[in-house]
Design a protein around this ligand. Sequence first.
Ligand code: IMP
Length: 178
Amino acid sequence: MRNDIEKIILSEGNIADIVEELGEQITNDYKNKDLLVICVLKGSFHFTSDLTRAIKIPCDVEFIQLSSYENDKSTEKIKLIKDFSCSLENRDVLVVEDIVDTGITLSYVVDIIKEKSPASIKVCTLIDKSKNRKTNIKVDYVGESIEDGFVVGYGLDYNEKYRNLSYIGILKNNIFNN
Ligand code: IMP
């Protein structure tokens, strides 16, 4: 799998440092709140797992699953695959995303959450590709900002592959042609 990666942009160590820092900020910001962390599947499963362990206050974890990408292109048509199975009413909701690109997926998730009367909604993403943004969604916690390029690893996939890499890297161009 390493042969398919052009360049590593976040090593395992870099990710651990980012997660620790975000966990500390979230711990401080959510003291005395009723924190409910929402993992947006599938891409943010590793990040949510590590981040929740870096959060040092009690929190619940819930999952939602959407799909928007086909190969390396955002289709802009979001499909809801798995809805919430708990009430969000009066909860302090923190949405955890792997990557925000156009922002369309995140806007869709936030709109669904707003209808469920939470006390507050904030968003945390490991990677922000803000150059491609098509919505004006606010991202409250950002791990790393990148210019562009299709990245894989640590939950992020290309055609369901590479999610199990422990680092994040840019995929080589020739992989898209296969
Ligand atoms: P958006 O709706 O364009 O912001 O895209 C959000 C979703 O698309 C993310 O949750 C990812 O699943 C996927 N995505 C966007 N950019 C990348 C990338 O560079 N690598 C892998 N998946 C990506």
